[in-house]
Design a protein around this ligand. Structure first.
Ligand code: IMP
Length: 422
């Protein structure tokens, strides 16, 4: 068996898109197991074009790779078609044999988005800071066993028995609780009917497909979305996403056995960012945080929101990597630390040797920092570890010591070639 999993080891936005794109060259299948249109994978193509994927796996950029959206993904059926069309516009055709979507995936419906946005609006200071893509409400319906799956859409049967009870409940909430407009279930059904024909060729039994591929010795790459610290169970609850974003989600979210996974690779940025609300122990307020945001272009790929920035939190990283079973990691955006002056690394939380379970406790942590020498040289042209400035090599080595995990690759820029082995 040969399956690798790439997972973000912080709060998302670690630069996974580029790393997945790199590993996808050697893969037969690239598979997403969780999340939906809340993800934002930015990929720079060799001709300099920038492309942001939200739902489709990054393997779509590689001829010969079969891309799979697994059962654990929440699928916005309109968004997937829009992404396919945007790819066509830049000359990339993804035929059905290169995109397979699980029959078991749940559909994100207009009510889910409307409720996500309405709840965030009224929550004010208690908001989660969601992407507003309907992710939480869709997973709620899935867990409550009243969701709409792709299997039902493609069956061709009337969707009214599912949509009407949903509409009754959701429209009551939208109207009475949030003062928002109700959504007509007949219109939703009609609109789903239009996308049904176009989605049909892509629909598959994702789990059966992958188990067969494993049996044939094909190489599978599991593509993480979000980040381990946003995992519904193990992240900084309630400031998390609503899916199993850590590697544990691979098995339930795709239908492969645990024995199939050979290797988990964590991806971590050389500093920390977070978009949305929630605790962030090493956050930098004011001008130092802004300097990092500017140097790293830290604005959300999905919502355009400015990302909160801070020093690398090795205590959180150690927790995340051990949770995901990552024995190696890729350190990205090391170039952004050039010219940031002396650097700090959060080494541990004072008096605590575990990662706190409650967001309140995370907020009250006392971080212990180590100061490290910085460097001024830009790293954009560096193509090997030994050509990095001494302090940058020391920084990498210290992160390995503090996390206990080997850094196998370092990335120093957004381009496909700006990544090299440790
Ligand atoms: P949701 O996934 O839209 O429900 O948002 C829940 C939390 O996860 C919010 O803090 C979002 O900003 C965050 N989030 C969701 N997807 C991503 C991502 O791909 N990168 C970074 N943060 C994300």
């Amino acid at each position: 068996m040969a399956a690798d999993c790439i997972v973000g080891a912080q709060w998302g936005d670690e630069g996974k898109g580029k790393v997945i794109d790199y590993f996808a060259r050697a893969a037969d299948y690239v598979v997403r197991w969780a999340g939906g249109g809340n993800a934002g994978h930015t990929i720079i193509l060799p001709d300099g074009r920038k492309f942001v994927l939200h739902l489709l796996p990054a393997g779509v950029f590689h001829e010969g790779v079969v891309n799979v959206l697994g059962a654990g993904v929440v699928l916005d059926p309109w968004l997937v078609l829009e992404e396919l069309r945007a790819l066509e516009e830049v000359g990339l055709q993804v035929p059905p044999e290169r995109l397979r979507i699980s029959l078991r995936a749940h559909l994100v419906l207009p009510w889910h988005k409307a409720l996500d946005q309405a709840r965030e609006r009224v929550a004010e200071k208690d908001a989660i800071g969601t992407t507003g893509k309907g992710i939480g409400p869709c997973y709620e319906d899935k867990a409550a066993r009243r969701g709409l799956r792709l299997a039902e859409l493609v069956s061709g049967k009337s969707l009214a028995p599912i949509l009407e009870p949903l509409a009754r409940e959701k429209n009551l909430l939208l109207r009475e609780l949030y003062g928002a407009d109700p959504i007509d279930p007949a219109q939703v059904e009609a609109s789903l009917g239009e996308v049904r024909e176009r989605l049909l060729p892509f629909v598959d039994d994702g789990g059966a497909l992958l188990r067969k591929a494993l049996g044939e010795g094909r190489k599978i790459l599991f593509e993480g979305a979000q980040g381990i610290l946003l995992d519904l169970d193990h992240g900084t609850y309630p400031y998390v996403t609503s899916s199993s974003a850590s590697s544990g989600g691979v098995f339930s979210g795709t239908g492969i056995p645990f024995s199939a996974l050979d290797r988990v690779i964590g991806v971590a940025k050389a500093y920390t960012t977070r978009v949305g609300e929630g605790p962030f122990p090493s956050e930098l307020q004011g001008p130092p945080g802004e300097r990092l945001r500017k140097a790293g272009g830290e604005f959300g790929a999905t919502t355009g929101r400015p990302r909160r920035c801070g020093w690398l939190d090795c205590a959180a990283l150690r927790y995340a990597l051990s949770l995901a079973g990552a024995e190696e990691m890729v350190l990205t955006k090391l170039d952004v630390l050039s010219g940031q002056g002396p650097l700090k690394i959060l080494a541990a939380y004072e008096g605590l040797d575990r990662f706190p379970a409650s967001a309140g406790e995370v907020g009250g942590l006392r971080p212990r920092y180590e100061e490290m020498e910085g460097w001024d040289e830009p790293l954009a042209g560096v193509r090997s570890f030994r050509d990095l400035p001494g302090p940058a090599r020391d920084y990498v080595a210290r992160v390995e010591e503090l996390t206990g995990v080997r850094i196998s690759m370092v990335s120093v820029g957004p381009g496909r070639e700006e990544v090299f082995p440790r």
